[in-house]
Design a protein around this ligand. Structure first.
Ligand code: ADP
Ligand code: PAZ
Ligand code: K
Length: 254
């Protein structure tokens, strides 16, 4: 039973086709497209794929984008199914004031993180960092309760905000330096340390709250760029959202 997993963020659509809707299933093909190129999928990347028997995805890029993705899926007669954040799923409970308003990508990434914790036999609090268009940093206690999380601008948005709000900050990308001595390095390091510092703060918050050192998972398109600059130990798991989707799919379709 082939299974298509979709993760539609504010910058890119990521997809992966699996042999079955189960954890550890073999990946048959995967890819990513910028949102402006969604219309190429049916006649491009997806044209030669086997028909997916089931599909599960998340979309945080709005209804118009969701409709454009569903149009491409008309290539098959597979019913699109989109995850909505709920009160509880796959061992995770939702502490958000309005559970359904939590971004479904955040909900699914946390389910993926819990799956990784369980698979390695760890019963600990954890922090889930997602570095995409925006950056999110979530706190989960050892019982699997999502306590809350923060949202901050991603690197690109931070730089564009600075560029558009000032006269003197139109410079090329720089390097991350402890003590930047030019504008490019000052901006690049500023954005990087803002994210790394926010993660460190959330780790401290969760450690204080639970009395235990949390495990930190990091994912998202720009996760690999942040990894060398983190001040707390992080496990980089590129597939966190797909692992969460597989976990949910195995419970729904398994
Ligand atoms: N090969 C890449 N293509 C696109 N974005 C990339 C790439 N590598 C890193 N990035 C960075 O990752 C961010 C997008 O990550 P992604 O996880 O796709 O975001 P989203 O889920 O919000 O669509 C971009 O802001 C960009 O800075
Ligand atoms: C925080 C987000 C913008 C992250 O989006 P992304 O960077 O993955 O494109 C998205 O999860 C979202 O729109 N959330 C809804 C609001 C909330 O989670 O509180
Ligand atoms: K995302």
């Amino acid at each position: 039973m082939t299974f298509l997993a979709l993760d539609v963020g504010n910058t890119r659509l990521k997809w992966a086709m699996y042999e079955s809707p189960q954890l550890g299933a073999r990946v048959l093909a995967h890819g990513a497209q910028f949102l402006e190129n969604i219309e190429t999928l049916a006649e491009g990347d997806w044209a030669a794929l086997p028909v997916p028997h089931r599909m599960l995805g998340c979309v945080v890029a709005g209804d118009a984008v969701k409709r454009r993705v569903e149009e491409q899926m008309e290539l098959w007669d597979t019913t699109p199914q989109w995850v909505v954040s709920g009160n509880a799923e796959a061992g995770l409970t939702n502490g958000y004031d309005h559970p359904a308003r939590l971004g479904s990508d955040r909900w699914i990434a946390m389910i993926g993180a819990l799956q990784h914790l369980r698979a390695s036999g760890r019963h600990k609090p954890c922090v889930v960092v997602m570095v995409g268009t925006a950056v999110t940093v979530e706190a989960i206690d050892a019982s699997g309760r999502f306590l809350g999380g923060i949202i901050l601008p991603g690197h690109g948005i931070m730089l564009r905000a600075l560029e558009s709000g000032t006269a003197g900050l139109h410079v090329p990308t720089g390097e991350v330096r402890d003590f930047p001595t030019n504008t490019s390095d000052a901006l690049t390091s500023g954005g990087t340390f803002a994210i790394a510092g926010a993660v460190q703060r959330m780790v401290e918050n969760l450690k204080r709250h639970t009395g235990e050192e949390p495990v930190v998972f990091m994912t998202g398109g720009a996760g690999w760029k942040m990894a060398p600059s983190m001040s707390v130990h992080c496990e980089l798991v590129e597939s966190l959202i797909f692992d969460g989707l597989l976990e949910i799919a195995s419970r729904r379709f398994g």
